[in-house]
Design a protein around this ligand. Structure first.
Ligand code: HEC
Ligand code: HEC
Length: 313
């Protein structure tokens, strides 16, 4: 009797696994729909300049979308960086490449419309309906800034650079089929924001454009936020290098920035990267203006003082 039950159990497990495998396969090309934002690039030079500042500065797009040697030095020197993509994220669930953001028709964004690109950033859905991997939390970027970003990208010289296809391993395929979904906005998106030193602008930079929140808040294995906002505790492991943990940025007495004056805070950003393998886009952030850094400083000081969560390493 016992043996029979075990046999049946084996058959059921086998059938379930086969079912999961078939469903995983079928769900690899699953497409999603999302609104096409009414966002269109313009040729106004002031708008293009704002876009350039966001892309190479606080928005740190170049940190991921460029793979040229010496990229950090170019960024720190205030120069342009080729946004030709090809940077590899070699992760436990596959190999993923950043895309060529120059307007090349064949290998870049040249064949995609402005609303299609805006939908990538705002709703996480590619032009062909496939999910955009959740690397870019810019969903709540104001309309005006998104227009500026696209206007800058459209103004670039097209560079032919073919990017390899992403490669999902089995775990990646399962994640794609059953766990990951396009991430859209959860709050109303402003038409424009006032760029000043206010707490409101500091919140916008920290939460939306510079993504301080994304790294300085603890998360679980699949990326869900589990810690107090900005209290640190996210672990970054690099093979062969020391493990880094994002520090607490709330005004608690145990925080990394406790006691830092505004000048010290700005001064730290002017220095750029001090730990070579740090994941923080220091070079891009060093291009932020004193006003932008002051706004972030002001915002961080309105947060609830919180201790850093316990970190398992
Ligand atoms: C943390 C890394 C990272 C940052 C920062 C980043 N990107 Fe991306 N981006 C990616 C990756 C990875 C992909 C490919 C996603 C995929 O294959 O689904 C991508 C894809 C895109 C695409 C889709 C292009 C296409 O042809 O399908 C656009 C557009 C884009 N990024 C724009 C931006 C802009 C604009 C910024 C800055 C505001 C930015 N990205 C910042 C990692 C990043
Ligand atoms: C991609 C992840 C990432 C993002 C985005 C990020 N940080 Fe960090 N941050 C780190 C890591 C990792 C460290 C620890 C290593 C280091 O000091 O570079 C760190 C360290 C720091 C430090 C301590 C530096 C020191 O020398 O003691 C400050 C201050 C800081 N971050 C502020 C910010 C602010 C403000 C933002 C947004 C403007 C931000 N970070 C965005 C990952 C990130």
């Amino acid at each position: 009797m016992k043996k029979k039950i075990l046999t049946w159990l084996g058959v059921i497990i086998l059938l379930t696994l086969t079912g999961v495998a078939i469903a995983t396969g079928m769900r690899q090309h699953i497409t999603y729909s999302a609104p096409l934002p009414d966002i269109h690039a313009v040729k106004d030079s002031a708008v293009i300049a704002r876009g350039r500042h966001i892309v190479l500065g606080p928005g740190h797009c170049a940190d991921c979308h460029s793979n040229v040697p010496g990229k950090d030095s170019l960024l720190k020197a205030g120069l342009d960086v080729p946004l030709t993509g090809g940077y590899l994220f070699d992760l436990p669930f596959g190999k993923f490449y950043t895309k060529n953001l120059t307007p090349d028709k064949e290998t870049g964004i040249g064949s995609k419309s402005d609303p299609e690109l805006a939908r990538v950033i705002r709703y996480g859905v590619h032009a062909d309906g496939q999910m955009v991997l959740p690397f870019m939390p810019f969903q709540h970027m104001a309309d005006e800034d998104l227009v500026a970003v696209l206007s800058y990208l459209r103004s670039l010289k097209p560079v032919h650079n073919r990017i390899p296809e992403n490669e999902y391993n089995l775990m990646g395929k399962m994640l794609k089929a059953f766990v990951l979904k396009p991430v859209g906005p959860t709050e109303k998106i402003p038409a424009s924001v006032k760029a000043d030193t206010s707490v409101a602008y500091g919140r916008y930079l920290s939460m939306v454009v510079a993504n301080c929140y994304e790294c300085h808040t603890q998360r679980d294995g699949v990326g869900n936020f589990i810690g107090e906002p900005m209290a640190g505790g996210l672990v970054f492991e690099t093979p062969g290098k020391s493990t880094l943990v994002t520090p607490n940025l709330t005004p608690d007495s145990s925080s990394r920035i406790f006691g830092w004056s505004r000048q010290m805070f700005i001064g730290r950003f002017r220095m750029g990267k001090l730990i070579e393998h740090s994941h923080m886009p220091w070079a891009a952030f060093s291009r932020m203006s004193d006003d932008e850094l002051t706004a972030i400083y002001n915002y961080l000081h309105t947060l609830k003082p919180t201790k850093m969560p316990k970190v398992e390493q």
